[in-house]
Design a protein around this ligand. Structure first.
Ligand code: FAD
Length: 456
Protein backbone atom coordinates (compact mmCIF):
# COMPACT_ATOMS: atom_id res chain seq x y z
CA UNK A 1 0.00 0.00 0.00
CA UNK A 2 1.19 3.53 -0.70
CA UNK A 3 0.41 6.00 2.06
CA UNK A 4 1.31 9.60 2.79
CA UNK A 5 2.22 8.51 6.30
CA UNK A 6 4.32 5.37 6.93
CA UNK A 7 2.19 2.36 7.86
CA UNK A 8 -1.00 4.01 6.63
CA UNK A 9 -3.02 2.93 3.61
CA UNK A 10 -3.72 5.27 0.71
CA UNK A 11 -6.67 7.20 2.08
CA UNK A 12 -7.21 9.47 -0.92
CA UNK A 13 -10.53 7.87 -1.90
CA UNK A 14 -11.82 7.55 1.68
CA UNK A 15 -14.83 9.78 2.41
CA UNK A 16 -14.36 9.42 6.16
CA UNK A 17 -11.07 9.57 8.03
CA UNK A 18 -8.40 7.40 9.64
CA UNK A 19 -7.09 7.92 13.16
CA UNK A 20 -3.90 6.35 14.52
CA UNK A 21 -2.49 6.70 18.07
CA UNK A 22 -0.46 9.82 17.21
CA UNK A 23 -3.50 11.69 15.81
CA UNK A 24 -5.45 14.33 17.67
CA UNK A 25 -8.90 12.91 18.33
CA UNK A 26 -7.65 9.31 18.65
CA UNK A 27 -8.11 9.20 22.44
CA UNK A 28 -11.73 10.34 22.23
CA UNK A 29 -12.45 8.06 19.27
CA UNK A 30 -11.11 4.91 20.99
CA UNK A 31 -13.47 5.48 23.95
CA UNK A 32 -16.39 3.13 24.38
CA UNK A 33 -19.09 3.00 27.05
CA UNK A 34 -17.03 0.73 29.30
CA UNK A 35 -13.61 2.32 29.93
CA UNK A 36 -12.34 -0.93 31.39
CA UNK A 37 -12.60 -2.62 27.99
CA UNK A 38 -11.43 0.26 25.77
CA UNK A 39 -8.30 -0.95 23.97
CA UNK A 40 -5.67 0.82 21.85
CA UNK A 41 -6.36 -0.05 18.22
CA UNK A 42 -3.67 0.56 15.61
CA UNK A 43 -6.20 2.23 13.31
CA UNK A 44 -9.72 3.60 13.67
CA UNK A 45 -11.46 4.07 10.32
CA UNK A 46 -14.32 6.53 10.75
CA UNK A 47 -16.41 5.38 7.82
CA UNK A 48 -18.77 7.70 5.97
CA UNK A 49 -20.46 5.07 3.82
CA UNK A 50 -20.49 1.42 2.75
CA UNK A 51 -17.59 1.99 0.33
CA UNK A 52 -15.44 3.17 3.28
CA UNK A 53 -16.41 0.02 5.18
CA UNK A 54 -15.25 -2.09 2.22
CA UNK A 55 -11.92 -0.19 2.13
CA UNK A 56 -11.41 -0.60 5.87
CA UNK A 57 -11.96 -4.36 5.64
CA UNK A 58 -9.55 -4.55 2.68
CA UNK A 59 -6.84 -2.75 4.70
CA UNK A 60 -7.40 -5.01 7.69
CA UNK A 61 -7.01 -8.06 5.46
CA UNK A 62 -3.90 -6.69 3.73
CA UNK A 63 -2.20 -5.84 7.05
CA UNK A 64 -3.49 -8.93 8.91
CA UNK A 65 -5.20 -6.72 11.50
CA UNK A 66 -7.88 -7.97 13.86
CA UNK A 67 -11.25 -6.32 13.10
CA UNK A 68 -13.74 -4.72 15.51
CA UNK A 69 -16.98 -3.14 14.36
CA UNK A 70 -18.19 -0.20 16.39
CA UNK A 71 -21.84 0.81 16.33
CA UNK A 72 -22.97 2.68 19.46
CA UNK A 73 -20.02 1.35 21.52
CA UNK A 74 -22.32 0.00 24.29
CA UNK A 75 -21.56 -3.69 23.74
CA UNK A 76 -21.29 -5.40 27.11
CA UNK A 77 -18.24 -7.43 26.05
CA UNK A 78 -16.30 -4.40 24.74
CA UNK A 79 -16.06 -5.97 21.27
CA UNK A 80 -16.20 -2.58 19.51
CA UNK A 81 -12.59 -2.08 20.59
CA UNK A 82 -9.34 -4.05 20.41
CA UNK A 83 -5.59 -3.73 20.91
CA UNK A 84 -3.41 -3.21 17.82
CA UNK A 85 -6.20 -4.03 15.37
CA UNK A 86 -8.53 -2.01 13.14
CA UNK A 87 -11.87 -0.55 14.20
CA UNK A 88 -14.55 -0.13 11.55
CA UNK A 89 -16.16 2.87 13.22
CA UNK A 90 -19.75 3.60 12.15
CA UNK A 91 -20.35 6.61 14.40
CA UNK A 92 -20.59 8.88 11.33
CA UNK A 93 -23.23 6.68 9.70
CA UNK A 94 -26.25 7.77 11.71
CA UNK A 95 -28.63 8.95 9.01
CA UNK A 96 -32.35 8.26 9.62
CA UNK A 97 -34.83 8.51 6.76
CA UNK A 98 -38.46 7.98 7.74
CA UNK A 99 -41.13 6.99 5.22
CA UNK A 100 -44.38 7.80 7.07
CA UNK A 101 -46.49 6.26 4.27
CA UNK A 102 -45.11 2.75 4.82
CA UNK A 103 -44.27 3.34 8.53
CA UNK A 104 -40.68 2.33 7.91
CA UNK A 105 -37.27 3.99 8.15
CA UNK A 106 -33.86 3.41 6.58
CA UNK A 107 -31.25 3.94 9.27
CA UNK A 108 -27.45 3.99 9.12
CA UNK A 109 -25.44 1.18 10.72
CA UNK A 110 -24.16 3.58 13.40
CA UNK A 111 -27.52 5.16 14.32
CA UNK A 112 -28.31 5.34 18.02
CA UNK A 113 -31.75 4.53 19.43
CA UNK A 114 -32.21 8.21 20.30
CA UNK A 115 -31.51 9.28 16.68
CA UNK A 116 -34.31 7.08 15.39
CA UNK A 117 -36.75 7.91 18.21
CA UNK A 118 -36.49 11.67 17.67
CA UNK A 119 -36.76 11.48 13.86
CA UNK A 120 -39.68 9.00 13.96
CA UNK A 121 -41.52 11.08 16.58
CA UNK A 122 -41.76 13.96 14.09
CA UNK A 123 -44.10 11.68 12.12
CA UNK A 124 -46.01 10.34 15.15
CA UNK A 125 -44.09 7.07 14.95
CA UNK A 126 -41.73 5.07 17.15
CA UNK A 127 -39.19 2.24 16.66
CA UNK A 128 -38.65 -0.68 19.04
CA UNK A 129 -35.53 0.23 21.04
CA UNK A 130 -33.89 -0.58 24.34
CA UNK A 131 -34.56 1.58 27.38
CA UNK A 132 -31.84 4.20 26.80
CA UNK A 133 -31.15 6.52 23.84
CA UNK A 134 -27.39 6.08 23.42
CA UNK A 135 -27.26 2.35 22.63
CA UNK A 136 -26.53 1.67 18.95
CA UNK A 137 -29.29 0.21 16.80
CA UNK A 138 -26.49 -1.77 15.08
CA UNK A 139 -25.75 -3.84 18.17
CA UNK A 140 -29.33 -3.80 19.38
CA UNK A 141 -31.18 -4.91 16.24
CA UNK A 142 -28.63 -7.59 15.30
CA UNK A 143 -28.76 -9.18 18.75
CA UNK A 144 -32.50 -9.17 19.71
CA UNK A 145 -32.86 -5.80 21.49
CA UNK A 146 -35.63 -5.39 24.02
CA UNK A 147 -37.31 -2.47 25.69
CA UNK A 148 -40.63 -0.85 26.56
CA UNK A 149 -42.33 -1.88 23.30
CA UNK A 150 -41.06 -5.46 23.12
CA UNK A 151 -44.07 -7.10 24.84
CA UNK A 152 -46.29 -5.40 22.23
CA UNK A 153 -44.16 -5.30 19.06
CA UNK A 154 -41.36 -7.86 19.57
CA UNK A 155 -37.62 -7.43 19.66
CA UNK A 156 -35.80 -4.69 17.73
CA UNK A 157 -34.49 -7.54 15.51
CA UNK A 158 -38.08 -8.65 14.74
CA UNK A 159 -38.68 -5.20 13.31
CA UNK A 160 -35.84 -5.18 10.77
CA UNK A 161 -37.26 -5.71 7.28
CA UNK A 162 -34.06 -5.49 5.28
CA UNK A 163 -30.32 -5.26 5.87
CA UNK A 164 -27.54 -3.86 3.71
CA UNK A 165 -24.38 -5.71 4.76
CA UNK A 166 -20.72 -5.66 3.80
CA UNK A 167 -19.54 -9.26 4.15
CA UNK A 168 -16.05 -10.58 4.93
CA UNK A 169 -15.36 -10.95 1.20
CA UNK A 170 -15.94 -7.21 0.78
CA UNK A 171 -19.24 -7.57 -1.09
CA UNK A 172 -22.28 -5.45 -0.30
CA UNK A 173 -25.38 -7.65 -0.16
CA UNK A 174 -29.03 -7.25 0.82
CA UNK A 175 -30.80 -9.62 3.17
CA UNK A 176 -34.56 -9.76 3.72
CA UNK A 177 -37.39 -12.29 3.78
CA UNK A 178 -37.02 -12.64 0.00
CA UNK A 179 -33.31 -11.95 -0.57
CA UNK A 180 -30.87 -14.38 1.14
CA UNK A 181 -33.49 -15.46 3.72
CA UNK A 182 -30.90 -17.64 5.50
CA UNK A 183 -28.65 -14.64 6.11
CA UNK A 184 -31.68 -12.57 7.15
CA UNK A 185 -32.56 -15.26 9.69
CA UNK A 186 -29.02 -15.20 11.10
CA UNK A 187 -28.56 -11.43 11.10
CA UNK A 188 -31.53 -11.02 13.45
CA UNK A 189 -29.99 -12.47 16.58
CA UNK A 190 -26.43 -13.38 15.59
CA UNK A 191 -25.79 -10.41 13.29
CA UNK A 192 -22.28 -9.25 14.29
CA UNK A 193 -20.90 -12.65 13.21
CA UNK A 194 -21.87 -12.12 9.58
CA UNK A 195 -20.65 -8.72 8.43
CA UNK A 196 -20.95 -4.99 8.86
CA UNK A 197 -24.54 -3.77 8.66
CA UNK A 198 -24.25 -0.44 6.88
CA UNK A 199 -28.00 0.25 6.76
CA UNK A 200 -31.29 -1.31 7.83
CA UNK A 201 -34.91 -0.75 6.93
CA UNK A 202 -36.97 -1.03 10.09
CA UNK A 203 -40.67 -1.11 10.91
CA UNK A 204 -42.11 1.82 12.91
CA UNK A 205 -45.27 1.90 15.04
CA UNK A 206 -47.71 4.60 16.08
CA UNK A 207 -46.44 6.55 19.11
CA UNK A 208 -48.25 5.50 22.29
CA UNK A 209 -50.87 8.10 23.24
CA UNK A 210 -49.84 8.03 26.86
CA UNK A 211 -46.54 7.19 28.52
CA UNK A 212 -45.90 7.02 32.27
CA UNK A 213 -42.32 7.35 33.46
CA UNK A 214 -40.69 8.17 36.77
CA UNK A 215 -40.14 5.85 39.70
CA UNK A 216 -41.43 4.28 42.89
CA UNK A 217 -38.86 4.20 45.71
CA UNK A 218 -39.55 1.69 48.46
CA UNK A 219 -38.40 1.45 52.06
CA UNK A 220 -36.00 -1.37 52.97
CA UNK A 221 -38.81 -3.14 54.83
CA UNK A 222 -40.96 -3.11 51.66
CA UNK A 223 -38.31 -4.69 49.41
CA UNK A 224 -39.69 -8.28 49.52
CA UNK A 225 -43.27 -7.16 48.76
CA UNK A 226 -42.13 -4.69 46.08
CA UNK A 227 -40.13 -7.49 44.41
CA UNK A 228 -43.10 -9.89 44.43
CA UNK A 229 -45.44 -7.17 43.06
CA UNK A 230 -43.06 -6.33 40.28
CA UNK A 231 -42.51 -10.02 39.41
CA UNK A 232 -46.25 -10.57 39.13
CA UNK A 233 -46.52 -7.67 36.68
CA UNK A 234 -43.47 -8.79 34.69
CA UNK A 235 -45.11 -12.18 34.20
CA UNK A 236 -48.81 -11.36 33.92
CA UNK A 237 -49.03 -7.62 33.18
CA UNK A 238 -50.47 -6.15 29.99
CA UNK A 239 -48.13 -5.81 26.99
CA UNK A 240 -47.93 -2.06 27.82
CA UNK A 241 -46.09 -2.74 31.03
CA UNK A 242 -42.28 -2.99 31.25
CA UNK A 243 -41.31 -2.49 34.90
CA UNK A 244 -37.62 -2.33 35.72
CA UNK A 245 -36.65 -3.07 39.30
CA UNK A 246 -33.29 -1.67 40.39
CA UNK A 247 -31.47 -2.71 43.59
CA UNK A 248 -28.49 -0.93 45.12
CA UNK A 249 -26.97 -0.13 48.51
CA UNK A 250 -27.81 3.18 50.18
CA UNK A 251 -25.32 5.49 51.91
CA UNK A 252 -25.97 3.78 55.26
CA UNK A 253 -25.28 0.37 53.74
CA UNK A 254 -28.92 -0.82 53.71
CA UNK A 255 -30.39 -2.17 50.46
CA UNK A 256 -32.62 0.07 48.33
CA UNK A 257 -35.08 -0.74 45.57
CA UNK A 258 -36.56 1.55 42.95
CA UNK A 259 -39.12 0.43 40.38
CA UNK A 260 -39.39 2.29 37.06
CA UNK A 261 -42.87 1.35 35.76
CA UNK A 262 -42.26 2.37 32.10
CA UNK A 263 -45.92 2.14 31.02
CA UNK A 264 -47.07 2.82 27.46
CA UNK A 265 -50.76 1.90 27.73
CA UNK A 266 -54.12 3.69 28.18
CA UNK A 267 -54.57 5.59 31.46
CA UNK A 268 -56.96 3.08 33.05
CA UNK A 269 -54.55 0.18 32.49
CA UNK A 270 -51.59 2.28 33.65
CA UNK A 271 -53.36 3.33 36.87
CA UNK A 272 -54.31 -0.27 37.66
CA UNK A 273 -50.87 -1.71 36.96
CA UNK A 274 -48.90 1.00 38.76
CA UNK A 275 -51.34 0.53 41.65
CA UNK A 276 -50.45 -3.18 41.63
CA UNK A 277 -46.76 -2.30 41.95
CA UNK A 278 -47.55 -0.29 45.10
CA UNK A 279 -49.95 -2.82 46.68
CA UNK A 280 -49.27 -3.36 50.39
CA UNK A 281 -46.34 -0.93 50.42
CA UNK A 282 -45.79 2.77 50.97
CA UNK A 283 -43.33 4.01 48.34
CA UNK A 284 -42.28 7.54 47.39
CA UNK A 285 -44.23 7.91 44.15
CA UNK A 286 -42.47 10.02 41.50
CA UNK A 287 -44.35 8.59 38.53
CA UNK A 288 -45.54 11.12 35.95
CA UNK A 289 -46.72 11.41 32.35
CA UNK A 290 -43.94 11.83 29.81
CA UNK A 291 -43.14 11.08 26.16
CA UNK A 292 -41.47 7.98 24.74
CA UNK A 293 -38.26 10.03 24.29
CA UNK A 294 -38.62 11.25 27.88
CA UNK A 295 -38.90 7.66 29.06
CA UNK A 296 -35.63 6.79 27.31
CA UNK A 297 -33.78 9.73 28.83
CA UNK A 298 -34.85 9.12 32.42
CA UNK A 299 -32.20 6.41 32.94
CA UNK A 300 -29.63 8.10 30.72
CA UNK A 301 -30.04 11.90 30.92
CA UNK A 302 -26.81 12.50 28.92
CA UNK A 303 -27.83 10.02 26.26
CA UNK A 304 -26.97 12.29 23.36
CA UNK A 305 -23.30 12.46 24.24
CA UNK A 306 -21.49 10.86 21.35
CA UNK A 307 -18.40 9.39 22.95
CA UNK A 308 -19.03 8.25 26.45
CA UNK A 309 -16.71 6.49 28.83
CA UNK A 310 -15.20 7.57 32.11
CA UNK A 311 -16.64 4.68 34.06
CA UNK A 312 -15.64 1.06 34.37
CA UNK A 313 -18.20 -1.72 34.33
CA UNK A 314 -18.76 -5.40 34.69
CA UNK A 315 -22.20 -6.72 33.75
CA UNK A 316 -23.44 -10.26 34.00
CA UNK A 317 -26.87 -11.18 32.66
CA UNK A 318 -29.04 -14.17 33.56
CA UNK A 319 -32.43 -15.54 32.61
CA UNK A 320 -34.95 -16.78 35.19
CA UNK A 321 -37.68 -18.58 33.22
CA UNK A 322 -41.29 -17.90 34.20
CA UNK A 323 -41.90 -21.64 34.43
CA UNK A 324 -39.44 -21.83 37.38
CA UNK A 325 -40.57 -21.78 41.03
CA UNK A 326 -41.24 -18.08 41.59
CA UNK A 327 -40.99 -18.19 45.38
CA UNK A 328 -37.49 -19.67 45.21
CA UNK A 329 -36.46 -17.23 42.46
CA UNK A 330 -37.58 -14.21 44.51
CA UNK A 331 -35.84 -15.58 47.62
CA UNK A 332 -32.66 -16.03 45.59
CA UNK A 333 -32.80 -12.40 44.37
CA UNK A 334 -33.34 -11.09 47.91
CA UNK A 335 -30.53 -13.26 49.31
CA UNK A 336 -28.02 -11.51 47.04
CA UNK A 337 -28.55 -8.01 48.46
CA UNK A 338 -26.24 -8.29 51.53
CA UNK A 339 -23.31 -9.11 49.18
CA UNK A 340 -23.56 -5.76 47.37
CA UNK A 341 -20.74 -3.22 47.60
CA UNK A 342 -21.39 0.53 47.30
CA UNK A 343 -20.90 0.29 43.50
CA UNK A 344 -22.98 -2.83 42.90
CA UNK A 345 -26.43 -2.79 41.33
CA UNK A 346 -28.89 -5.38 40.18
CA UNK A 347 -31.73 -4.94 37.75
CA UNK A 348 -34.73 -7.08 36.81
CA UNK A 349 -36.83 -6.61 33.71
CA UNK A 350 -39.38 -8.73 31.85
CA UNK A 351 -38.37 -10.69 28.76
CA UNK A 352 -41.75 -11.24 27.18
CA UNK A 353 -41.39 -10.64 23.44
CA UNK A 354 -44.56 -10.49 21.36
CA UNK A 355 -44.78 -13.25 18.76
CA UNK A 356 -44.39 -11.63 15.37
CA UNK A 357 -46.08 -13.65 12.62
CA UNK A 358 -43.73 -14.41 9.72
CA UNK A 359 -40.69 -13.23 11.65
CA UNK A 360 -38.60 -16.39 11.72
CA UNK A 361 -35.16 -15.58 13.14
CA UNK A 362 -32.48 -17.16 15.29
CA UNK A 363 -33.50 -15.19 18.38
CA UNK A 364 -34.39 -17.49 21.25
CA UNK A 365 -37.88 -16.69 22.51
CA UNK A 366 -37.91 -17.96 26.07
CA UNK A 367 -39.96 -15.85 28.47
CA UNK A 368 -38.82 -14.92 31.93
CA UNK A 369 -37.07 -12.32 34.02
CA UNK A 370 -33.75 -10.92 32.85
CA UNK A 371 -31.49 -10.32 35.84
CA UNK A 372 -28.44 -8.10 35.43
CA UNK A 373 -25.73 -7.84 38.08
CA UNK A 374 -23.67 -4.76 37.48
CA UNK A 375 -20.62 -3.10 39.00
CA UNK A 376 -19.88 0.50 38.02
CA UNK A 377 -16.83 2.37 39.32
CA UNK A 378 -14.20 4.83 38.09
CA UNK A 379 -10.77 4.05 39.56
CA UNK A 380 -8.77 1.28 37.82
CA UNK A 381 -7.19 0.52 41.20
CA UNK A 382 -10.60 -0.78 42.32
CA UNK A 383 -10.95 -3.25 39.41
CA UNK A 384 -10.06 -6.40 41.36
CA UNK A 385 -12.37 -5.61 44.28
CA UNK A 386 -15.36 -4.61 42.12
CA UNK A 387 -14.96 -7.49 39.69
CA UNK A 388 -14.69 -9.86 42.67
CA UNK A 389 -18.03 -8.66 44.09
CA UNK A 390 -19.90 -9.12 40.79
CA UNK A 391 -18.26 -12.50 40.16
CA UNK A 392 -19.18 -13.80 43.61
CA UNK A 393 -22.83 -12.80 43.09
CA UNK A 394 -22.79 -14.39 39.64
CA UNK A 395 -21.34 -17.61 41.07
CA UNK A 396 -24.15 -17.74 43.63
CA UNK A 397 -26.69 -17.33 40.83
CA UNK A 398 -25.07 -20.01 38.67
CA UNK A 399 -24.79 -22.53 41.46
CA UNK A 400 -28.43 -21.98 42.50
CA UNK A 401 -29.75 -24.13 39.67
CA UNK A 402 -32.56 -21.55 39.24
CA UNK A 403 -31.06 -19.49 36.42
CA UNK A 404 -30.01 -20.37 32.90
CA UNK A 405 -26.26 -20.25 32.17
CA UNK A 406 -26.85 -18.03 29.13
CA UNK A 407 -29.04 -14.91 28.99
CA UNK A 408 -32.15 -14.89 26.81
CA UNK A 409 -30.75 -12.54 24.16
CA UNK A 410 -27.39 -12.59 22.39
CA UNK A 411 -26.70 -8.88 22.97
CA UNK A 412 -26.76 -9.61 26.69
CA UNK A 413 -23.80 -11.98 26.49
CA UNK A 414 -21.07 -10.24 28.47
CA UNK A 415 -18.45 -12.84 29.12
CA UNK A 416 -17.90 -14.99 26.07
CA UNK A 417 -17.61 -18.75 26.07
CA UNK A 418 -18.60 -20.82 23.09
CA UNK A 419 -20.72 -23.02 25.39
CA UNK A 420 -22.74 -20.03 26.54
CA UNK A 421 -23.43 -19.07 22.94
CA UNK A 422 -24.35 -22.65 21.96
CA UNK A 423 -26.62 -22.84 25.01
CA UNK A 424 -28.24 -19.53 24.05
CA UNK A 425 -29.20 -20.57 20.52
CA UNK A 426 -29.72 -24.29 21.16
CA UNK A 427 -27.68 -27.02 19.44
CA UNK A 428 -29.64 -27.11 16.15
CA UNK A 429 -29.68 -23.36 15.50
CA UNK A 430 -26.04 -23.09 16.59
CA UNK A 431 -25.10 -25.74 14.01
CA UNK A 432 -27.11 -23.93 11.31
CA UNK A 433 -25.34 -20.67 12.24
CA UNK A 434 -21.96 -22.43 11.98
CA UNK A 435 -22.77 -23.64 8.46
CA UNK A 436 -23.80 -20.12 7.42
CA UNK A 437 -20.70 -18.70 9.04
CA UNK A 438 -18.55 -21.04 6.92
CA UNK A 439 -20.28 -19.66 3.86
CA UNK A 440 -20.13 -15.94 4.67
CA UNK A 441 -17.07 -15.64 6.92
CA UNK A 442 -14.92 -18.81 6.69
CA UNK A 443 -11.86 -17.06 8.20
CA UNK A 444 -13.88 -15.74 11.17
CA UNK A 445 -12.98 -12.10 10.43
CA UNK A 446 -16.02 -11.02 12.50
CA UNK A 447 -15.08 -12.84 15.70
CA UNK A 448 -15.17 -9.83 18.01
CA UNK A 449 -18.67 -10.54 19.26
CA UNK A 450 -20.61 -13.41 20.82
CA UNK A 451 -18.80 -15.52 18.30
CA UNK A 452 -20.17 -18.48 16.37
CA UNK A 453 -17.07 -20.11 14.88
CA UNK A 454 -17.35 -21.52 11.34
CA UNK A 455 -18.22 -25.21 11.19
CA UNK A 456 -19.75 -27.75 8.85
C1 FAD B 1 -26.18 1.49 29.28
C2 FAD B 1 -26.68 0.31 28.52
C3 FAD B 1 -28.03 0.11 28.35
C4 FAD B 1 -28.50 -1.00 27.64
N1 FAD B 1 -29.84 -1.15 27.51
C5 FAD B 1 -30.32 -2.20 26.79
C6 FAD B 1 -31.72 -2.37 26.60
O1 FAD B 1 -32.53 -1.61 27.10
N2 FAD B 1 -32.15 -3.43 25.86
C7 FAD B 1 -31.29 -4.30 25.29
O2 FAD B 1 -31.72 -5.22 24.61
N3 FAD B 1 -29.95 -4.16 25.44
C8 FAD B 1 -29.46 -3.14 26.19
N4 FAD B 1 -28.11 -3.01 26.34
C9 FAD B 1 -27.23 -3.97 25.69
C10 FAD B 1 -26.99 -3.49 24.26
O3 FAD B 1 -28.14 -3.62 23.48
C11 FAD B 1 -25.94 -4.31 23.59
O4 FAD B 1 -24.79 -4.21 24.36
C12 FAD B 1 -25.73 -3.86 22.15
O5 FAD B 1 -25.00 -4.86 21.53
C13 FAD B 1 -24.99 -2.53 22.05
O6 FAD B 1 -24.93 -2.11 20.72
P1 FAD B 1 -23.96 -0.93 20.28
O7 FAD B 1 -24.05 -0.80 18.81
O8 FAD B 1 -24.21 0.26 21.13
O9 FAD B 1 -22.54 -1.49 20.77
P2 FAD B 1 -21.20 -1.87 20.05
O10 FAD B 1 -20.27 -2.16 21.18
O11 FAD B 1 -20.79 -0.85 19.06
O12 FAD B 1 -21.56 -3.20 19.31
C14 FAD B 1 -21.97 -4.37 19.98
C15 FAD B 1 -21.74 -5.59 19.07
O13 FAD B 1 -22.51 -5.43 17.90
C16 FAD B 1 -21.66 -5.30 16.76
N5 FAD B 1 -22.20 -4.24 15.89
C17 FAD B 1 -22.59 -3.00 16.25
N6 FAD B 1 -23.06 -2.32 15.18
C18 FAD B 1 -22.96 -3.18 14.13
C19 FAD B 1 -23.27 -3.07 12.75
N7 FAD B 1 -23.80 -1.96 12.23
N8 FAD B 1 -23.03 -4.15 11.96
C20 FAD B 1 -22.51 -5.30 12.47
N9 FAD B 1 -22.20 -5.45 13.76
C21 FAD B 1 -22.41 -4.40 14.59
C22 FAD B 1 -20.28 -4.99 17.30
O14 FAD B 1 -19.27 -5.44 16.48
C23 FAD B 1 -20.28 -5.70 18.64
O15 FAD B 1 -19.95 -7.05 18.49
C24 FAD B 1 -27.60 -1.92 27.06
C25 FAD B 1 -26.23 -1.73 27.23
C26 FAD B 1 -25.76 -0.63 27.95
C27 FAD B 1 -24.28 -0.46 28.14
Amino acid sequence: MTGERPGLPDTSDLRGSVLTPSDEGYEAARGIFNDRLAGHPAMIVRCADAADVRRALRWARAEGLEVSVRGGGHGLGGWASNDDGLVVDLTRMRRVLVDPGTRTAWIGGGARAGDVVSEAARHGLVPVTGVTPSVGMGGLATGAGEGYLTPLHGYASDNVLEFEVVTASGDTVQASATQRPDLYWALRGAGPNFGVVTAMRIRLHPLPEQVIGGSLTFTTADIPRATRNSWELMEHGSPFSFPQTMYARGGDGSPTVTVFPGHTGPSGVAAREIGALRAGTDPVDDTAATTYAGLLHQLDPDGDVEDEGGSRHLWDCFHLPFEGARGEQVDLVLSLLPSFGPNTMMELWPTRPAEIVGSESVIPRSRGVTLVVLGMWTDPADDAREIGIVERISDTLRSSGLVRESPSASNHVTVYTVNRVRDLYGADDFARLQRLKSLYDPDNVFRNCYNVPPGS
